[in-house]
Write a protein that binds this ligand. Structure first.
Ligand code: FEO
Length: 398
């Protein structure tokens, strides 16, 4: 995609990435891709806002050169130092040494540690305004969106907020960059939620704090560094992020996420009975086999729903490892305050339930009830499993 003018003399110069399999080396994007959005303001002073990951340098530079020459760039604003937005920094510094890097003081330290650069870098103050000629930029510190050094940049004449990771999402752009160019936003909304829970959810308080801090600023365009540029209804994605952040305090949707694994089909057999009970109440239910589903795709359901049903056989006196790994990631991402229940098969001695209870206590999940059984569940046990599903669903519905 060539450079795209988003407002007079303000250009999107982003790069689509459809070949990286794991974002941050963890989160699958093989099918979805991702964009690294960068922006160029072509005023009397010329500015690039955020860069791109290493690897597509020629493509990125060619977009800049559609508008101006690299030697003409006056400033490079780095809202965030994570290398998906800064990977080409050393190369850029070699070809455009005159460009002053603008960042927070914390980012200045990180530029040295990540890239060994110390010269021609200027720290900006919170709220500082930089005149570019006709346009002005204002910088607002926004720590932990998503690292401690982050800030956002606001262009005052066109009212554009360059928000970096905040309000972004997975999903390579399909030949159009604006929200109003897609009739069906469901793919990008789904991928925004997955991105939010995978990357940003740990920092819900800073998200809410930043939204509050920016609430007095008129915004006509939200230009994040991943995913769609929101110009038709910028408030839509802000409201979504606000809603998703509020899930952290327990303001979740009625619904149950059932996460299970099964070694030889016995826990799976019980899972079907429990699911039958849950579904009979009409409560929304999502089921994930933890052995076959990357945790990236489980977390959004876990984040948004009030109830969690865990099904795990006992393995070496503990939870089955694929289930344990999902719970460890949930704990890492601060997915707390859930109502939970448990079922699972054991061979000769249990242990999975005790392991689950210990994890649940740490993340403040209230364990409502449990059902453990030896080997293959019999008819009576399956009946109890269905009843467990019904009782739990009713408890979640309140
Ligand atoms: Fe898109 Fe935290 O980097």
């Amino acid at each position: 995609m060539p450079a795209i003018e988003i407002r007079p003399e303000v250009y999107w110069i982003g790069v689509n990435d459809r070949t990286t399999d794991l974002f941050e080396g963890v989160w699958p994007i093989t099918q979805e891709g991702v964009s690294y959005n960068s922006y160029l303001i072509n005023d009397e002073k010329k500015v690039i806002i955020d860069l791109t990951k290493a690897g597509k340098t020629d493509e990125f530079f060619s977009y800049i050169e559609e508008i101006t020459s690299l030697e003409e760039i006056d400033y490079v604003v780095l809202n965030h130092l994570e290398p998906d937005h800064t990977g080409i920094l050393r190369t850029l510094r070699r070809v455009a040494p005159q460009a002053t890097i603008l960042s927070t003081p914390k980012a200045k330290e990180m530029i040295k540690s990540f890239y060994g650069l110390t010269e021609n870098i200027k720290s900006v103050e919170d709220g500082e305004i930089l005149s570019l000629g006709k346009k002005k930029l204002q910088f607002f510190y926004a720590p932990f969106l998503h690292w401690p050094e982050t800030m956002v940049t606001y262009e005052t004449s066109q009212r554009i907020l360059f928000s970096c990771d905040a309000f972004g999402g997975y999903g390579a752009l399909r030949g159009a960059i604006f929200d109003d160019e897609y009739k069906d936003l469901s793919f990008y909304l789904k991928e925004s939620l997955r991105y939010y829970v995978n990357i940003v959810a740990k920092y819900t308080r800073p998200v809410l704090k930043a939204i509050e801090k920016l609430s007095g600023i008129p915004i006509e365009v939200i230009a994040p560094s991943h995913g769609l540029v929101w110009r038709k209804d910028p408030g839509f994605i802000v409201n979504l992020y606000q809603k998703w952040s509020q899930y952290a305090t327990g303001n979740t949707e009625p619904g149950i996420t059932l996460i299970y694994s099964s070694m030889y089909g016995n826990t799976e057999k019980m899972m079907n009975a429990v699911a039958e009970g849950i579904s009979s109440t009409g409560i929304p239910l999502e089921i994930f086999d933890a052995s076959r589903t990357h945790v990236s795709y489980i977390l959004p359901s876990l984040w948004t729903k009030a109830g969690v049903m865990i099904g795990s056989p006992t393995y070496e006196s503990k939870l089955f490892p694929p289930v344990a790994q999902v719970l460890e990631m949930a704990a890492l991402k601060n997915i707390m305050n859930k109502k939970a229940a448990f079922f699972g098969s054991y061979g000769w001695a249990g242990g999975a339930l005790k392991h689950f209870q210990k994890i649940a206590e740490n993340i403040k999940w209230e364990v409502f009830d449990s059902l453990s059984f030896s080997g293959r569940p019999n008819a009576e046990e399956l009946k109890k499993g269905k009843e467990l599903g019904i009782k739990f669903a009713k408890a979640v519905l309140g």
